[in-house]
Design a protein around this ligand. Sequence first.
Ligand code: GH3
Ligand code: MG
Ligand code: MG
Length: 471
Amino acid sequence: MRRFARMARLLLVDDSASVRSVLASRLREKGFEVEEAKDGALGAELALARPPDVVVTDLWMPGISGVQLCRLLRSEVRTRDVPVILVTGESDRRSRFWARCAGAAAYVTKTDSTGLMAALAALGPFAARAHSGTPAATARGTIHERLSSRLDAALFESVVAGEVRALAQGDGEAELVFRGLARLASEIAGYRWLALQIPRGQAFLHAHPETRVACEAEARAALRLESEREVFTLLDDRTLFGRTAEPLVAEVRVGPGTAGAIALGPSERGASIEDRQLVSILANELRGPLRVVALVEDARRLAMIDPLTGLWNRRAFSDAMDREIHRAERHSHALSVLMLDVDHFKNVNDSYGHEAGDLVLRGIAATVQRIARRSDLVGRWGGEEFVVGLGHAAEAGARVAAERLRKAIRETPFALPDGQTLHVTASIGVSLAGRGESLDVVLARADQAMYLAKSRGRDRVETTRPSENIP
Ligand code: GH3
Ligand code: MG
Ligand code: MG
């Protein structure tokens, strides 16, 4: 057993006089200066008055238990670094779990004196640990009151934590998580606004309708949102109405990364201790719900993407085009679709191999994206067929875009890994959406136009038009 540089001060708490005397003499033999307490309340008073190097306490005692004593010492500034070893008659799983949760340094059985000595040795040398600070200010209430308020705080924290965690039980919709969060937070605290930001996802704000603009500006600044990020706002006239105070911001950390951030605009009196506590509990407990949101969003994104080219797959393209068709109807603007099919693509596979074919498809996808405007919708329809939705483009404009695309494809060389270069061409069908037409009808016509281009010699653009156009 290691000898300590100076006599280490040990506080021994046990309600049994005989256990105390046996343990104390064994510890003194090992060179500890031992102070004894016959119950948890006395132990807490002694420890707070003059923090020892280490506390060894019985787990089950009438009145304040060893676990409660441990929690109390952990939560007091003067004693939060004093290690506590919990000693019990016999080991059981639940006590061990409870001891760990309370922040005990070790958990040993009374019958196992080498276990206690080993635990003490593992904590030493104690000389390095200096307990500075003035003696405890006269107690703010009795030990029992203090303990009870600590337990209240712990209970509050665990109840709020449970409520926040329950927000993860939705279907991973960020908006539902935020609605639940706003309901919970506004029940607990009065604030001007509450905001949540999810990386790559949405940002949310809960604010009073009349101060919405100012609150949004404050929340944007607090969460450092780029100006193009949209903020979904939940208006609520029960949130506080008042002047600006310095906001509280906390990141929701998951491992080395971030799952988002929350911010709270406090009442004009400024952030209270309770506000700070709430924000810190929320930031901690939102990790689970936000991880679920991120997983659901990732899964959704993956389900939309064609893995070979990174373009939207057929379903994602169709969904986006359906929305685009409705918008075009509503605002009476033109909408066109291009259907592109690579010419003699089977030959590429047959002559150069499937890998080369994949490389060409990826290259064509990149060309289509390069030529398309940011507002155009680009997808892989399947195999060697690609589709482009062009908003605000009537026949002439769509033809120009299709020609530009056709030329870009025939002019882009593909360098194969074996050093060969190859060129491909594509046939493109253009179709203008007619009033009241479904996507299927517009696409079927683009397909017909594409086949017309094939039959007229390939590497061409052909058009079909509906009887009545949208504008
Ligand atoms: P056409 O000019 O008439 O369009 O002739 P084509 O050879 O391009 O037409 P066809 O439809 O006969 O052949 C399409 C080929 O595209 C057949 C298929 O094996 C190939 N293909 C489809 N998807 C993929 C893919 O993901 N990777 C590769 N490498 N080939 C694919
Ligand atoms: Mg084809
Ligand atoms: Mg083809």
